[in-house]
Design a protein around this ligand. Structure first.
Ligand SMILES: Cc1cc2nc3c(=O)[nH]c(=O)nc-3n(C[C@H](O)[C@H](O)[C@H](O)COP(=O)(O)O)c2cc1C
Length: 380
């Protein structure tokens, strides 16, 4: 299949991945209304066409948290991304480094902080969940320091995991024991290329950062059981205070969808927030990020760096988020599909397509620098 647009990688991923893995990436919670709204609300944002403004020199670079980067985006945290390609997080981090954009490693990655951090020269970002086992959470922070992570992304929208029915139907979740294992194995065998490259040569049983607490347990079901049992519903603003006191580098709070929460994050010393509803994977029925971003950016955009994610599928979507008030975006599914579709090269190609699209969008809206985006770029 010839990939022309970034979204083509979704179909490639569907063809290459075992069914349960594709559904894991592609799906959201409950009826997936928020997941759909993220995409449709963003796509409905109309940009203002401007003409005769000399767009011969377009600068797509920007500075986020003190670092100059080529594009106003980062690869956001995607759990289990290492299942999409062999040692997948390493491949994606390499593609991000080559494109000079940050890569954020999830707490629940397949490759460890050390493995990914050691594979690239530029320090990566690390995403942290509050984990019931606070001693282990502190160890993760120490690991992140040791790996010289450039920023800590503290995800706050998962005190409990949202119900994802596709994972139950596919056999990824709620299918313990031999029958679940056999179902997933059958789906893996149906994708022999994946089964050999990732399922066998990729050593998926290593289970990354959480391996030390899983001990001898190395199955996917063990991993999910640990995740279910270790998200902490008691997480509160005092945890943010603790993490702020503990982490000296840039601290970015991910999962803000409310201006009042954004103000509280500013009060407690966050350097940035990510307006996010976890890609429609948590509370279904909450508003899309495109619809909430303007009010949050208006509330705190002068004080901290406001980033956004959810439904960004093209360079045009990046332009839309910037016009709505974000300083940059995080990609989620877009890079996960590309990684599944064509590994490191796929992520690199997807980023190149995004770059080209953003450049054209800027040319046709008459904007020559990322910092010049504002609501003025929106059609009235
Ligand atoms: C398969 C998958 C796994 C994810 N895992 C994590 C995670 O481990 N930590 C986290 O903070 N967010 C996680 N997210 C949310 C993403 O970081 C991001 O907020 C979301 O994907 C953005 O929406 P989009 O996929 O529509 O771009 C995950 C998203 C997907 C699709």
């Amino acid at each position: 299949m010839k990939v022309a647009a970034p979204t083509d990688y979704r179909e490639l991923a569907r063809r290459r991945l075992p069914h349960f893995l594709f559904e894991y990436i592609d799906g959201g919670s409950y009826d997936e209304q928020t997941l759909r709204r993220n995409v449709t609300d963003l796509a409905a944002i109309e940009l203002r066409q401007r003409v005769l403004r000399d767009v011969s020199a377009i600068d797509l670079s920007t500075t986020l948290f003190g670092r100059r980067q080529a594009l106003p985006l980062a690869l956001g945290p995607v759990g289990l991304a290492g299942m999409n390609a062999r040692r997948g997080e390493v491949q994606a981090a390499r593609a991000a480094e080559a494109a000079n954009v940050p890569f954020c490693l999830s707490t629940v990655s397949l490759c460890t902080l050390q493995e990914v951090g050691g594979a690239v020269a530029e320090p990566i970002w690390f995403q942290l969940y509050v984990i019931r086992d606070r001693a282990f959470m502190r160890e993760l922070l120490t690991e992140a320091e040791r790996a010289r992570c450039a920023a800590l992304v503290f995800t706050v929208d998962m005190p409990v995991p949202g119900s994802r029915y596709r994972d139950v139907r596919s056999g990824l979740a709620g299918a313990p024991g031999l029958s679940g294992f056999l179902r997933r194995t059958a789906q893996g065998i149906a994708r022999p290329r994946w089964a050999w490259d990732v399922g066998i040569r990729g050593r998926p049983h290593t289970l990354g950062n959480v391996a030390p607490v899983l001990g001898q347990k190395t199955g996917l079901e063990d991993f999910f059981a640990w995740m279910r049992g270790n998200f902490d519903p008691s997480v509160s603003w005092s945890d943010l205070e603790y993490i702020r006191s503990r982490w000296r580098g840039p601290l970015i709070i991910k999962g803000i969808l409310d201006a009042e929460d954004a103000r509280q994050a500013v009060r407690l010393g966050a350097d940035g927030i990510i307006v996010s509803n976890h890609g429609g994977r948590q509370l279904d029925g909450v508003p899309s990020t495109a619809s909430t971003l303007p009010s949050i950016a208006a509330a705190v955009g002068e004080q901290i760096t406001v980033l956004a994610d959810g439904g960004v599928r093209s360079g045009l979507d990046i332009a839309r988020m910037l016009a709505l008030g974000a300083r940059g975006v995080l990609l989620g599914r877009s890079w996960a599909y590309a990684l599944a579709g064509a590994g490191e090269q796929g992520v690199a190609h997807m980023l190149e397509l995004m770059r080209a699209e953003l450049k054209i969008a800027m040319s046709l809206t008459g904007i020559t620098r990322v910092a010049d985006f504002s609501a003025d770029a929106l059609a009235r």
